[in-house]
Every structure is written in structure tokens, then in C-alpha cells.
Ligand binder design. Structure first.
Ligand SMILES: Cc1cc2nc3c(=O)[nH]c(=O)nc-3n(C[C@H](O)[C@H](O)[C@H](O)COP(=O)(O)OP(=O)(O)OC[C@H]3O[C@@H](n4cnc5c(N)ncnc54)[C@H](O)[C@@H]3O)c2cc1C
Length: 382
């Protein structure tokens, strides 16, 4: 639901101040400790950030996609690890339930997800099923009033803290592709479910990914999300939405980097003048600004189309492809304009350069977005 303009502006202003005053001063500390402080997580809960996309009836803010993107842009102005703490609750961890859940499933889980009492995770990727996600092999075999899950998931964001997993597993081994996959709500405390150690990563320290292993985990049949065989479709619809959120975060990080770059280039003097006066430096600033503006426009226009009820598979893929590649180029130019200072840790530029690299890989790598864009364009005839 769209907020009225005044309430929307107030929310964005509050998030902007929270980012500037509470989160930005902690960026280096969070990266060093590989942990977001508990007090910050409590503040995020109090601000309602875990429930941005959840219907008001279940305690969320029920933002329109456009408003969610505007909030995500603000959150992009700091280390993406902060957003990751509640990002799964807003996106991939909750939206299968919001779109496909029964009233009983929603009533059971959504209030705790919206408040942040329960952290969620989305478990699609497996060691042998990454981009080819329809080939998941985790098995869900029906036995009486339960499904028995066996298999393992890889690189699952927030698995270490999650209380609830949306798990895509194969219910029909005779069907090799998407049609044999179903989705399940799997509480963490079910016997047989175990979590691996957090992986060491290139960036976004403070946000964790782990393996999730299922050994004869009995999941009650009432925890199946949507119809049998519809799990892959559910996952793709959740990802369509998630791609817009990631586009918006990419725009936010790019805008932050441009502000930092302009400030530095205006201060740093070489050859007797500020480096911002050199046209070769200005060209880099111009390219970054132009690309960030284009990504912002594409992301918000696609969000508005989705809010209007349009199918945006092509547009969401195009936004995610362009925005995630764009922020990579903007981060690279930022390092260049900062020179040696961009390469050492003090200014945080090299940290953001590493942080944004994952945007081109998860929720569908750039090559997968290209395939989706081409497929949909061919379908539409241009
Ligand atoms: C930090 C992080 C967080 C993540 N969080 C989650 C999560 O919460 N839940 C979840 O389920 N997964 C998660 N993932 C997994 C992520 O979605 C996958 O890593 C991603 O989809 C790519 O899969 P892959 O790593 O197996 O790469 P692969 O599929 O092996 O791809 C390797 C390369 O081959 C290319 N490629 C593959 N197929 C094709 C093709 N047909 N045409 C052209 N090129 C192709 C890819 O684009 C890529 O460049 C996360 C990963 C990371 C690193």
C-alpha cells in the first residue's frame, strides 16, 4: 500500500538520519568484528525495518514497492551488511509467505517476522544447483502427514540467526526440472536440521552465509507453501521482487560513493589545485553520476509498474543487471579518484568496492539476468 506523501517523506527522513548518525560511524567496527551490534539490531526492530514489506494486518509497514525502493536507497548509503541483517525478512525470507501463504501460515509467522523477533532465510541454492536453480536435489518425500527432507543448501544468508527457512525441495523426483519442486516453511528447531559455520567472504563482513543441512527432517505437510510442484514458480516471483530491492540498494551505494568522491576530489590538491578541477577526473564523476541517475530512474519506474499490477520480470532483471553492474563501475572509479587513499582502508572506499561485488552474483548473476531479458524481449517481439 502506498503511504501518503507526508508519511513517506517522514519515514525516509528518519531512515536517512539513522543511517547517517547511527550506522555510518560503525562501518569500520562492523567490518572488523564481522558482526552488527545487538543494540543496532534492536534499533532496526524499533524502526520497523524488519517489516517494511509485510501487510499492516500482521504488524508490518506494507510499503509499496516504490516506497520500499526509496527506503532501500537510503540504506544503501552505508555498509550493505547492515541492510542484510533485516533484508531477508523484507524480501526473500518473507515474500513467499506473503504471496502464497495460507491465512493460518501467515498468522503463525508474519507478526514475528515483521517485528524482527524471527529472522528468516531463503534456501534455494545447493552445491550443485546455483544458476541452474530448477535442478535442486534436496528431496522432500511425503510420508503420511509430513514431508521428510534430505539434502543440503549452500550460501544461505542469515542462516546462522534464522528461526524460519523457506526451503525449495524436490517432491517429485520423476520430474527433473522446475515442476518437481515445492516450497516449505521449515522452523530451525526441527530435529535433523543443522547449520554450517559462516563462510569467510570478500566483503559485506557482518552479514553471514552458511550451509544448511537436512537429515531426515520431518516437516508437517501443513508447512508446504503453495501447491505441490509450484515451489520454483514461487521462488522466481520472490526473486523478481528481490531484484528490485537489490537494484535500489545498488543505487544508494553509488550515490554515497559519488558524494564521498566529490568531497575528496574538492579537497585533495595536486599540481597546485583541487583534483576536481581536472577534466579527466570530472569525466569519471560525470560517468558515475549519469549511470547512477539512469539506474535510479529504471529502478523506480519498474517499482511503480509493479505497484500498478504489471508483470515486471523483464524490467526487474534489467534494473538488477544495470544497477549492480553500474555500482561496480562507480566503486571502481571512486577508488581511482581517491588514488592510493582509495586502496588503503582508512576511507572505507576499498571496503565498499568489495561489498558491492556480490550484487552482480546473487539473486541471479548478471549472465542470468541477460538470459531473462533476452528471453522476455524475444517473447514480446522487441
Ligand atoms: C553472499 C552470498 C549470499 C547468498 N545468499 C543466498 C541466499 O540467501 N539464498 C540462496 O538460495 N542463495 C544465496 N546465494 C547463492 C547465490 O544466489 C548463487 O551464488 C548465485 O545464484 C550463483 O550461483 P553459483 O554461485 O552456483 O554460480 P554458478 O551457477 O556456478 O555460476 C558461475 C558462473 O557461470 C555463469 N553461468 C551459469 N549458468 C550460465 C548460463 N546458462 N549462461 C551463461 N552463464 C552462466 C554465471 O553467471 C557465473 O558467472 C548467496 C551467495 C552469496 C555469495
Amino acid at each position: 500500500m502506498a503511504l501518503d506523501a507526508q508519511t513517506r517523506d517522514q519515514l525516509i527522513d528518519t531512515v536517512r538520519r539513522f543511517v547517517a548518525e547511527r550506522l555510518r560511524p560503525l562501518e569500520a567496527q562492523v567490518a572488523e568484528a564481522d558482526e552488527v551490534p545487538a543494540a543496532i539490531l534492536a534499533d532496526m526492530r524499533a524502526l520497523g525495518l524488519y517489516g517494511l514489506s509485510i501487510p499492516e494486518a500482521y504488524g508490518g509497514l506494507d510499503l509499496s514497492m516504490e516506497d520500499e525502493c526509496l527506503v532501500a536507497i537510503e540504506l544503501g548509503r552505508t555498509s550493505p551488511a547492515f541492510r542484510s541483517a533485516f533484508g531477508t525478512n523484507v524480501g526473500i525470507g518473507s515474500q513467499g509467505l506473503v504471496m502464497f501463504g495460507t491465512d493460518a501460515q501467515k498468522a503463525r509467522w508474519l507478526p514475528a517476522i515483521a517485528s524482527g523477533e524471527v529472522v528468516t532465510a531463503f534456501a534455494l541454492t545447493e552445491p550443485e544447483a546455483g544458476s541452474d536453480s530448477a535442478s535442486v536435489q534436496t528431496r522432500a518425500a511425503r510420508e503420511g502427514d509430513a514431508y521428510v527432507l534430505n539434502g543440503s543448501k549452500r550460501f544461505i544468508t542469515n542462516a546462522d540467526t534464522a528461526g524460519l527457512f523457506t526451503v525449495m525441495a524436490r517432491t517429485d523426483p520423476a520430474v527433473k526440472g522446475a515442476g518437481g519442486v515445492s516450497a516449505f516453511l521449515v522452523p530451525r528447531d526441527l530435529p535433523g536440521l543443522s547449520i554450517g559455520k559462516p563462510e569467510r567472504k570478500m566483503g559485506q563482513h557482518g552479514a553471514h552465509i552458511c550451509d544448511v543441512v537436512f537429515e531426515n527432517v520431518r516437516v508437517p505437510a501443513e508447512n508446504r507453501l503453495g501447491a505441490e510442484g509450484e515451489g520454483f514458480k514461487l521462488a522466481m516471483q520472490v526473486l523478481d521482487r528481490g531484484r528490485l530491492h537489490i537494484s535500489a540498494v545498488s543505487v544508494g551505494v553509488a550515490e554515497r560513493l559519488i558524494v564521498d568522491t566529490v568531497a575528496y576530489a574538492s579537497e585533495r590538491r595536486q599540481f597546485g589545485q583541487a583534483i576536481a578541477g581536472f577534466q579527466l577526473v570530472q569525466a569519471m564523476i560525470a560517468d558515475s553520476k549519469t549511470e547512477a541517475m539512469a539506474a535510479r530512474a529504471l529502478t523506480l519506474e519498474t517499482a511503480r509498474k509493479r505497484d500498478g499490477g504489471a508483470a515486471v520480470t523483464l524490467e526487474a532483471a534489467a534494473a538488477k543487471y544495470f544497477a549492480s553492474e553500474m555500482v561496480g563501475r562507480v566503486a571502481d572509479r571512486a577508488v581511482q579518484i581517491f588514488g592510493g587513499a582509495g586502496y588503503v582502508a582508512d576511507h572505507g572506499i576499498e571496503r565498499l568496492y568489495r561489498d558491492v561485488r556480490i550484487f552482480r552474483i546473487y539473486e541471479g548473476a548478471s549472465q542470468i539476468q541477460q538470459l531473462v531479458i533476452a528471453r522476455e524481449t524475444l517473447k514480446r517481439g522487441g
